[in-house]
Structures are given as structure tokens and as C-alpha cells.
Design a protein around this ligand. Structure first.
Ligand SMILES: Cc1ncc(COP(=O)(O)O)c(C=O)c1O
Length: 410
């Protein structure tokens, strides 16, 4: 079957038909170890029995009735999210970008009487593709073709407190920050900066929005990434893994601000679908189970340490390794695209974040032997010269890196 009927906004050719655990299978039965996890969606991997059971059960009861009515899984999910995060009221969406749209509207409505309409985001941010979220997204190639965007948005340099002090003023409604920038190159914010930003926003009466569509819900080894800084935001956005693979996002608004929103102020026909909510309750059960996120943190620390060792052995290829939990970026001196291609040829799927960063988002349930398989494959590619800037490389240098570690893993 050809992909010609699909609008060409993605460059893709792989046809996937099935998944199990951390593995995907193409139409010919070839299997791939998935270090992209549906761009961070499949936290529990593929075919998780509890998620599948919840979907089956709820789909027999009720698939959709709209937000004109209440539904038990949706009510329960809102209560459980607020209990896990902070005292808040929850609005459900179908996607990350819609969660950001909601956050923008709620921040504007809260700040309206005080004349606070302006928004602040950070350089290299990514918040989504709809017009409001796009206006908060820094990368020119995403923005420029669709200008003019929403006015009143400014961008701050990453971790520059003095710049934040100058920019946050009496017309600012909210500051949006990804505690770990994903698309922007997998850049974790330092806990000290997030704490200082939180305090600055508090002093100036400005809302702090933690945008955790990608880094939230266990990905960083804590349930929410803001926990690493010991703060709680005023607004939290969630999506990707929330629905266990079904489209579901959420905006949590501090409970004491929720009175600013009245019936009719915002809405969505599909947002908070009962089936997605039932799946999400099964996801939450797993994420909140004793030891689950601690295990994610431990696996992430081990993978990061192994990647740092790889960097030592291949300094000509790897420029930096950074991340938190199982959200890790490997920055190369050369193009990351070659590495992504090489991994795929070797049966491993991963994505890029920008031109030079390999973004690793394996399922949170990835096994140690699967991580070993990935590391061996990556080192094999590096030995063959992937990730290096174009130009001649002395032969003896290229092959001296074959290490005892590779022999041990393969
Ligand atoms: C931090 C962040 N915000 C928002 C979005 C947009 O989410 P969606 O593609 O579900 O609209 C993404 C998607 O990658 C993201 O990483």
C-alpha cells in the first residue's frame, strides 16, 4: 500500500503492524527495539495487559458521550491526578498542544482583571503545533511559515535569572517552562534555576506553568519532573504517556485559581474520553506502584553512566550526554541523523532532537538486557565512524575504540 494519500508533513516509510513490550514489528515481521516509544507515549511499552484490559472493559460500557455529561473514569482520573500532583482542578484534552492551549487560556483568564496578557517562554522551547502553542515555540522553522502568531510572547535565554528578572513584569500572565526541554535538545533545567524562577514568579504574581507533556509522568524518574526542584507549579500540562497510547492530555490549574473559569470559558467535544481515561487509570496504577519510578531513575542513571563511558571511548563522535531518568540526549559532533539511520538498520528505533542530538525515550519498562543491546549497537556504529563531523579521520583512531565493553555486550 502506498503512503501517497497522506499529506506529506512527515518523512516516513516504515510500516508497523504490531508491538510487544519494548519491541515493534513491521509488515514483514522484522522486529525493532523501540527507543522512541511513540515519541514518549508508550511508557508501559506495547500490549500492557492492564491497559489493554481497561480499554476493552470501558469500550464495552461507553466510548463517548461528550463533555456535556460526567463519566466515572474521567472523574476518578481527575481526582487521582490532583491528589498525585497538587490541589488543582483538571481539564482534559486530546493532545499535548491542546493542553498548552488550555494553559494559555487559563493563565490569561486568571490574569485578565490585572491586565496580565503576556506570556514568556524559553529559547529552544517546543510546546506544540497549534497557533497558541506554536507562538510559545522557539524554533524558527516551525514558526515562520505560519506567522503572524499570537502577539505578546517573549523568549528568555535558558537559565538566565537576570534576564527573567528583567522580563517578568506587571503585564506578564505566565511563564512556560519544560523542566526538561525535549525537542530543544534534551536539556534539563537545573533545580536551582527552577526554584529561583518559581520564587520570582511568586513574588511578581505571575503563574508558573510546568510544561510536562514530554517529561512528565515518570519519564525523569519522578512522577513529575518539577519534583526534582522541590517546587509545585501553578499550572501543569501533561499528555503523551497519560492515555496509555490513546490520545489524552490534561491541564491542572491550582485549585484556588480555578474560580476564574466559568462554564463556557473553554471546552472540547472529545477531551477526556472515557476509554482513554480508563486506560490512564491503569497507567497511573503502574506509575504510582511502590518502586516503579525509582526503578526508572536507576535504569536512567545506569544508561547515562554507560553513555558517558562511551563518550570517553569515542570523544571524536560524542560531544555530550545529558538527561534525567529515561529522557536522555546524546549530542554528537556530527549529524545525529546518520546514527538514527544506522540504529534502524540494526533493528533499533530512536529519534533526533535537532540536528546533532540523539533523543532516547525508551519505554519506562525497558529491560537492562535491552539497554545493553542498544549500547552495543550504538558503539558498533561509533566504531565505524558514525556521529563524527565530516572530514578525514585517522584509521588507527577509528578502530582503537573497539573495547572490552563491546565484546562483553555482544
Ligand atoms: C513539551 C511538549 N509540549 C507539547 C507537545 C505537543 O504535543 P502533541 O504532539 O501531543 O500535540 C510536545 C510534543 O512533542 C512536547 O514535547
Amino acid at each position: 500500500m502506498s503512503a501517497d494519500a497522506l499529506l506529506g508533513v512527515y518523512d516516513r516509510d516504515l510500516v508497523l503492524v504490531r508491538g510487544k513490550g519494548s519491541w515493534l514489528f513491521d509488515a514483514e515481521g522484522k522486529r525493532y527495539l523501540d527507543f522512541a516509544a511513540g515519541v514518549g507515549v508508550n511508557g508501559l511499552g506495547y500490549g500492557d495487559p492492564a491497559v489493554t484490559r481497561a480499554i476493552r472493559k470501558q469500550s464495552r460500557r461507553l466510548v463517548h458521550a461528550s463533555n456535556l455529561y460526567l463519566s466515572p473514569p474521567v472523574q476518578e482520573l481527575a481526582a487521582r491526578l490532583a491528589a498525585a500532583a497538587f490541589p488543582s482542578k483538571v481539564f482534559f484534552t486530546n493532545s499535548g498542544t491542546e493542553a498548552v492551549e488550555g494553559a494559555i487560556k487559563f493563565a490569561r483568564k486568571v490574569g485578565r482583571e490585572a491586565g496580565r496578557t503576556e506570556l514568556i517562554a524559553f529559547e529552544r522551547s517546543f510546546h506544540g503545533r497549534t497557533m497558541g502553542a506554536l507562538s510559545l515555540t522557539w524554533t524558527a522553522k516551525y514558526r515562520e511559515p505560519f506567522e503572524p502568531l499570537v502577539p505578546g510572547v517573549s523568549f528568555l535565554p535558558w537559565e538566565d535569572l537576570a534576564a527573567a528578572e528583567r522580563a517578568i513584569g506587571p503585564r506578564t500572565a505566565a511563564v512556560f517552562i519544560e523542566p526538561v526541554q525535549g525537542e530543544g535538545g534534551v536539556r534539563p533545567v537545573s533545580p536551582a534555576f527552577l526554584r529561583a524562577l518559581h520564587e520570582l514568579c511568586r513574588q511578581r504574581g505571575v503563574l508558573l506553568v510546568c510544561e510536562e507533556v514530554q517529561c512528565g509522568l515518570g519519564r525523569t524518574g519522578r512522577l513529575f519532573a518539577y519534583e526534582h526542584a522541590g517546587i509545585t507549579p501553578d499550572i501543569l500540562t501533561l499528555a503523551k504517556p497519560l492515555g496509555g497510547g490513546l490520545p489524552l492530555g490534561a491541564v491542572l490549574l491550582r485549585a484556588d485559581l480555578a474560580g476564574a473559569l466559568a462554564p463556557g470559558d473553554h471546552g472540547s467535544t472529545f477531551g477526556g474520553n472515557p476509554v482513554a481515561a480508563a486506560a490512564s487509570l491503569a497507567v497511573l496504577d503502574r506509575l504510582l506502584a511502590k518502586g516503579f519510578v525509582a526503578k526508572v531513575a536507576a535504569k536512567g542513571e545506569w544508561l547515562t553512566a554507560e553513555l558517558l563511558a562511551l563518550k570517553q571511548r569515542h570523544p571524536r563522535a560524542i560531544a555530550d550526554v545529558r538527561g534525567v531518568g529515561l529522557m536522555i540526549g546524546v549530542e554528537f559532533h556530527g549529524p545525529a541523523g546518520d546514527v538514527v539511520k544506522g540504529l534502524r538498520a540494526d533493528g533499533i528505533l530512536a529519534t533526533k532532537a535537532g540536528d546533532k542530538v540523539l533523543r532516547l525515550l525508551p519505554p519506562l519498562v525497558v529491560r537492562k538486557k535491552e539497554i545493553r543491546r542498544f549500547l552495543a549497537s550504538l558503539e558498533g556504529l561509533l566504531v565505524r565512524g558514525a556521529g563524527q563531523p565530516p572530514g578525514p579521520v585517522p584509521v588507527e583512531e577509528r578502530f582503537s575504540a573497539e573495547s572490552a565493553e563491546v565484546a562483553k555486550m555482544s
